[in-house]
Design a protein. Structure first.
Length: 82
């Protein structure tokens, strides 16, 4: 069993986050608009499903490794099977 972790968008991912996800996480972080009112940035949550890493941002953006090793970005309201 692997435990996940949390970190703030825009920060370096913790060591527990596989490097294969880093580029796509950085791309999603770059797309998160800044908040001129000083609100905190959203946070990422890393979990593992069947041994595959899944990083989900509080906004619903998901970066995950597929069963064949590809790294994809999707949103939690998208049908991953469609």
């Amino acid at each position: 069993m692997q435990l996940g972790t949390r970190w703030t968008s825009g920060q370096q991912p913790p060591a527990a986050v596989p490097t294969s996800l880093h580029a796509q996480i950085a791309a999603v972080d770059a797309a998160v608009p800044g908040d001129g009112l000083g609100q905190p940035r959203p946070r990422w949550t890393l979990t593992f499903l069947e041994g595959r890493p899944i990083a989900e941002l509080d906004t619903g953006a998901i970066v995950e490794a597929t069963a064949n090793g590809d790294v994809i970005v999707r949103h939690d309201d998208e049908d991953e099977f469609g």
